[in-house]
Design a protein around this ligand. Structure first.
Ligand SMILES: [Zn+2]
Length: 445
């Protein structure tokens, strides 16, 4: 149903929880929001629990889901983990990637995620040969999101080099278009759809030579499209950038016109004070991925300082060690508590804002992430009667959502007025666990 009436037992309206809210939907958008409706109007779809705007997962690499639970034994670093990740990337085809992404995006829908930012760089066949359709892999991801009933921003990623002045490795050849110009030409063919918007990404300052950064930035600027970049996730990247260019990755991006309000730095973990000022003053966003950052032993980024400097925050599940945006929001606050030994760096409402409105804005969906007239009718309902949430106070629903609930408590997910998850069951993808298992098994070969 892309039109009709929903009745929300409790609704988070941005700063507070309102009981008994009726939402009218027309053409996939919220046409009216009526408070003071203690009982459901006749014919309304009833959403029991606490309804939030749909959650945005601002940073995803869908294929990393195939690694879950398989890369935890033994010691190592981000760089040893990356070798295992590349071995999965080697085996992807448009068909196997679509099947895996469909299942991963269905898992996201079950976790209340209504929009994903897919940071996509596996473009070509192994060895770097283009497919007959050079965008076959990106199209597979867009189709997978449609099959799973969620929105996608395909952040088509420019990835040209292994490091400063180094050609791509054998694994990385399928990521590379050869030049930023060739990347731009390929991406220009991608079409937006009702459920899909197109953005750009610079994989990192390691992967795009400094002289080609502006080409990607200009492509995004001309389209007013979001532009994402992995930034200072690892100190080794900072050291190599300083050695090659005599400046930090953030300064390098600033000097080549990459920063700005439609740009999002992903991770932003190891920054100088000047970096933080550059990001804040330019309005560049920060996407924190706390469950991945802790899984990969990256470190804790300065999210409080970044936000204070003017960098809006969003959240992503990145490697999908966990797919739970509520956990990402909680982890951002809890990381700060561990680091500072003080509590209360963000309110629950501020954390939910990162998970909803600001996450959508980072993905180019400024018209999503709020329960208000004119917004896309994307809703996520959290159960307030599960073993985790029972006994909490509905009027403190934001606290419950962030600090008590998990993805397992998502009862309904509505995207554009369409009920994609009803009572915890995906309405479009049957047997999501089996779909995930089969798609991962197919990649094991
Ligand atoms: Zn990433």
């Amino acid at each position: 149903m892309t039109k009709g009436t929903y009745w929300l037992e409790h609704a988070w309206l941005g700063t507070y929880v309102e009981p008994g809210v009726t939402v009218e939907v027309a053409d996939g958008r919220i046409a009216a929001v009526r408070t003071g409706t203690p009982t459901p109007p006749p014919g309304a779809e009833v959403l029991r629990g606490l309804t939030l705007p749909g959650l945005a997962n601002a940073h995803s690499h869908a294929f990393h889901r195939a690694l879950r639970g398989t890369v935890q034994v033994g010691s190592g670093t981000f760089w040893t983990w990356r070798e295992v990740m590349y071995s999965v990337a080697d085996r992807l085809t448009p068909e196997t990637y679509q099947a895996l992404a469909r299942a991963v995006y269905a898992e996201m829908a079950l976790a209340g995620i209504t929009c994903v930012g897919e940071f996509h760089y596996v473009h070509h066949a192994p060895g770097g040969t283009p497919y007959a359709d050079p965008n076959a892999m990106g199209e597979a991801l867009i189709a997978a999101a449609a099959e799973a009933g969620i929105r996608i921003t395909l952040l088509d990623t420019c990835y040209l080099s292994a490091g400063f002045g180094e050609p791509p490795t054998a694994h990385q050849q399928r990521f590379s278009d050869g030049s930023a110009e060739a990347w731009a030409e390929r991406c220009a063919v991608l079409k937006e759809r009702d459920h899909a918007r197109i953005g750009a990404a610079i994989h990192s300052v390691r992967a795009v030579p400094a002289g080609q950064l502006a080409t990607v930035a200009r492509w995004a600027e001309e389209r007013r499209a979001p532009l994402h970049v992995h930034l200072s996730e690892q100190t080794a990247e900072n050291d190599a950038c300083l050695a090659a260019h005599g400046r930090t990755p953030t300064r390098l991006l600033a000097d080549h016109g990459v920063l700005g309000p439609r740009t999002t730095g992903v991770h932003n973990t190891h920054l100088t004070d000047e970096d933080i000022t550059l990001l804040g003053d330019s309005g560049t966003g920060t996407c924190m991925c706390p469950t991945t950052e802790r899984d990969l032993a990256d470190g804790i980024g300065p999210a409080v300082a970044l936000q204070r400097a003017g960098s809006p925050l969003s959240l992503g599940s990145d490697s999908h060690a966990v797919v739970d945006v509520l956990e990402e929001a909680r982890a951002m606050e809890l990381n700060e508590r561990l680091r500072t030994r003080t509590r209360g760096h963000w309110t629950a409402a501020a954390l939910l804002r990162a998970a909803t409105a600001d996450g959508h804005a980072a993905l180019g969906w400024d018209d999503a992430g709020a329960i208000e007239p004119g917004a896309l009718a994307d809703l996520t309902t959290i159960a307030l009667d599960s073993v985790r949430t029972a006994g909490t106070l509905p009027r403190l629903g934001a606290e419950t959502a962030v600090f008590a609930a998990s993805a397992a408590d998502v009862r309904h997910t509505v995207v554009g007025g369409r009920h994609v998850v009803r009572d915890g069951v995906h309405t479009l993808v049957p047997h999501v666990p089996q779909a995930l298992a089969a798609a991962v098994e197919a990649l094991r070969g």
